[in-house]
Design a protein around this ligand. Structure first.
Ligand code: NCD
Length: 323
């Protein structure tokens, strides 16, 4: 890398969540990612930072952005990247998560990127393998690289995270994106509000260091950032909203509700977007306010930074034998 990447070490073998990282860890990853953001806009996007390293994408849940951007990130850094989806694997034949992990481990990968529908499954897997593990999203628990890419997007636009007022809106209960963002923004000194109906906010939310609002007007008042979350129906067992139409009426982001936020407030969404459910289609596409495509762009840069930091970590240098 010929950018201004910092040379402090990132002293973690795995990246399982934002909880447990320090402000310095986060700044380290964001600074490194910032240099990759510019690098990725060049015509020649190939480095040899990961030359000789094998990265495996192991996704037990669907993904477009996360999987593709990890694949691109690994390839742009010169690593060998393998994609495994559950559809093509022996999981369908009844092999357990741990058996699959042990099989892949025997092929000596350097990094496993794992997404799984159960909270805690990625951490469990990390205890069974010799390589580094990056959490690509586990149930409704954590999605650390998403929070980092959101932070990079905010920092590039606003110049800082500290002191900003961020409203995280919608289905916080089922959202690993919401949870990882709450941790990161708190660590970095931003003010966090969560906005949603009581049925879609976790019972322990008050203890997470956030302000709780049940109406969009109050929740969005004077915000710098409006972060919308998807209604995650695949994780809902039971009825959480009376109807999508009614949900949109009260909690969907449209221009009328957005008027409560600061005039230069940014609109964010991790994708995939359900137009007309949590966000009005015009608002989502408003290039003067929405930074949704920039979040995707930041995703590649952040994942390059994470792969580099994890593989540079002194404890993983000898085939990950140390922990
Ligand atoms: C998120 C996820 O999978 O948690 N998507 C993503 O990674 N971009 C958010 C979501 O699915 O709503």
């Amino acid at each position: 890398m010929d950018g201004n990447a910092p040379n402090r070490a990132f002293a973690h073998r795995h990246l399982l969540g934002i909880e447990g990282l320090s402000a310095d860890d986060i700044i380290y990853l964001l600074d490194l990612a910032d240099s990759y953001f510019e690098f990725n806009r060049r015509p020649d996007k190939k480095l040899d930072v990961l030359r000789g390293r094998t990265v495996m994408n192991l996704f037990f849940e669907d993904s477009t952005r996360t999987r593709t951007s990890f694949e691109l990130a690994g390839k742009r850094l010169g690593g060998d990247v393998i994609n495994m989806s559950v559809r093509d694997s022996s999981i369908k034949k009844g092999e357990t998560l741990i058996d699959t992990a042990m099989t892949l481990n025997a092929m000596n990968p350097d990094v496993l990127i794992v997404r799984h529908p159960d909270s805690g499954a990625v951490e469990l897997l990390s205890q069974k393998v010799a390589c580094s593990v990056i959490n690509g999203g586990d149930g409704s628990h954590e999605h650390p690289t998403q929070a980092l890419l959101d932070a990079l997007t905010i920092r590039r636009r606003k110049g800082r995270l500290k002191g900003l007022l961020v409203a995280i809106c919608g289905d916080v209960l089922h959202s690993r994106v919401g949870r990882s963002n709450i941790h990161l923004l708190n660590i970095m000194g931003a003010r966090v509000r969560v906005v949603g109906p009581p049925t879609l906010l976790p019972p322990e939310i008050e203890r997470m260091g956030v302000e709780v609002h049940h109406d969009m007007e109050g929740g969005l008042a004077d915000c710098d950032i409006v972060m919308m979350l998807r209604l995650q129906t695949e994780r809902m067992h039971g009825i959480f909203v009376p109807s999508v139409r009614e949900y949109f009426h009260f909690f969907g982001l449209d221009y009328a509700k957005l008027a409560a936020a600061k005039p230069d407030a940014l609109i964010m969404h991790p994708g995939p977007v359900n137009r007309g459910a949590e966000i009005d289609t015009e608002v989502a596409d408003d290039i003067t306010r929405s930074v949704i495509p920039e979040q995707v762009e930041a995703g590649v840069a952040v994942r390059m930074a994470c792969l580099e930091a994890i593989t540079r970590n002194p404890s993983t240098e000898f085939d990950g034998a140390a922990s």
